[in-house]
Design a protein around this ligand. Sequence first.
Ligand SMILES: NC(=O)c1ccc[n+]([C@@H]2O[C@H](COP(=O)([O-])OP(=O)(O)OC[C@H]3O[C@@H](n4cnc5c(N)ncnc54)[C@H](O)[C@@H]3O)[C@@H](O)[C@H]2O)c1
Length: 342
Amino acid sequence: MPAKKILITGGAGFIGSCFVRQTLTKHPDYQVINLDALTYAGNLETLRDIENNPSYRFIKGDIGDKDLVDKLFAGGLDYVVNFAAESHVDRSISGPEIFTRTNILGAQNLLEAARKYWPRSQTARYLQVSTDEVYGSLGPSGCFTEETPLQPNSPYSASKAGADLLTRAYFHTFGLPVLTTRCSNNYGPYQFPEKLIPLMINNALAVQELPVYGDGRNIRDWLHVSDHCGALDIVLHQGAPGETYNIGGHNEKENIYIVRLILSELKKSETLIKYVKDRPGHDRRYAIDSGKMEKVFGWKPRYTFEQGIRETIQWYVSNQDWVNSVKSGDYLKYYKKQYAGR
Ligand SMILES: NC(=O)c1ccc[n+]([C@@H]2O[C@H](COP(=O)([O-])OP(=O)(O)OC[C@H]3O[C@@H](n4cnc5c(N)ncnc54)[C@H](O)[C@@H]3O)[C@@H](O)[C@H]2O)c1
């Protein structure tokens, strides 16, 4: 049987790079193509260790590029896993358009090519990697299930919800073998230092203020990136086309709890905490019910939050070269604009 070919989009980003690495390890017979536009969030430094693996090929390009995507499908693909996205909520507030272009139109371009090249395929799979943020905000109790209505509140989550709905429509209208996953907040190595956990670790290490939105009591449900990628591999190979699967860690934490934990691990003073004006439309609480993943596949996260967060803090301490390399001029300008005067 010829080796399977998998297209991983956004594979130079935080979660996609972990999935590229896991796929090369778990399926050494697969040919892995990583299509990534290398925006500010994509960095090839992250994949240095595997760049010469003969089963791996990197292509710099946009998922919205029709000719390029067509060419990749024409070369024969068995699986597509779409991570490519604009992923930062704050950026979607200051500039929503690119979110619509990449997250919705880009995903549609991939779905269209899949429709053209996979007519009546029983074995091909398109996996749309989505987020729990499409469900909106929760009150103090309850969890998001796969049946929770989509009520996105930010341009980011609205664009992800748009892609989810298109993915669903391509299944119902064209019979395309699609899968959708919705995961809670990820943490772990190689996350771009604008997101909560790496931002706080890096500021603490540099003895700079730690900007905390609002009262710091917004709750997120945290999952280690390698547990997310393990779940995606299961869904890709065993999931039923047309289905959606929630993936989460049962680790609900207030942001301020995480910030204090980081300061305590790094032996820095809590006086570094600076409460800043809240993000508009800031969802209060997310929590995922991943009962379907557990029941259908027997999936459970391997990391406890306590183990994962300590390892992650240590990773950032030991990998300051990586942090410095991804902090490009662009990122620094953005950072200033975002937090100056708050
Ligand atoms: N980070 C989380 O906590 C989380 C949780 C649930 C779901 N997700 C979803 O998982 C996916 C990956 O998230 P992440 O945190 O790794 O994001 P990220 O921002 O770290 O990486 C995104 C990657 O996509 C690439 N990219 C952007 N636009 C592109 C385009 N037009 N064509 C090709 N590549 C492009 C970037 O260069 C980058 O490498 C996203 O779809 C996100 O919505 C993220």
